[in-house]
Design a protein around this ligand. Sequence first.
Ligand SMILES: Cc1ncc(C[n+]2csc(CCOP(=O)(O)OP(=O)(O)O)c2C)c(N)n1
Ligand SMILES: [Mg+2]
Length: 281
Amino acid sequence: MEIKALQAKATQIRMDLLQMIATAKTGHTGGSLSNTDILTALYYRIMNIDPKNPKAEDRDRFILSKGHSVESLWSVLADRGFFPREDLATFSQFGTKLIGHPNNKVPGIEMNTGALGHGLAVGVGMALAAKRDGASYRTFCLMGDGEQAEGSVWEAAMAGSHYKLDNLIAIIDRNRLQISGSTEEVMGLDPLEDKWAAFGWHVVSIDGNDMKDLVDTFATVPAVAGKPTLVMANTVKGKGVSFAENVPHWHHHVPNELELGKALAELTAALELYEQKGEVR
Ligand SMILES: Cc1ncc(C[n+]2csc(CCOP(=O)(O)OP(=O)(O)O)c2C)c(N)n1
Ligand SMILES: [Mg+2]
């Protein structure tokens, strides 16, 4: 998919996930909106995946370590054909497989996540297995910035560089908010890029809501032989819905009918812009 089509797709995914959260009356809205562009770039352009053969040995692996923002992932997986789109309406209902965090009974999910801080360690294992098997797949792991307060992230970071896992790409959704406010107030992280570089990673800092930046960056990984890559994706929490952007409360705020209507109207307008005028930003 070209950049314009990817931007339009991300907008549609945002609409789907808002609808899903409003129907279920539960969900993590802000973090799903902030990482929608990252998932769209990976699932529609970058990763080697086949929805018809979700366990193919050479598939690229993806771990959503910030498992709470699963709504964007369910929307993407449904749209890519891993399961029927109608299933999205069952999100968080009794008996559904589409629960509030990634569930590996669903095709396309590699690992159950939700307790923050565990995804990268498993990603290190997958990347190490690929090296030892002589396999060519890459492992992508998306973390939150609030998640960086978990000590286990840094143990995994150490192991990733120790084993020279240049087939491992960690991404941080750097939206500068976590559950209860600013990351820098709750547990200061900066200078976060320097910390990852000191742990032996190749660090790239980009605009994580800019499709071209995302695609250009992911297309060049692994960038440095013998080093894992850390993509610092600077994003806006609540991206795409003006009144949700950078508002801490939207971490798990469920849009009411009025808010849903306004949000869908804004996104519809954005979609028309992408489709008619061919805007790239
Ligand atoms: C180990 C653990 N502690 C606490 C939580 C509760 N929790 C869910 S989301 C969240 C905030 C995460 O913030 P961040 O990683 O920045 O995610 P984002 O801003 O992308 O939503 C917390 C503390 C959790 N899921 N796991
Ligand atoms: Mg955050």
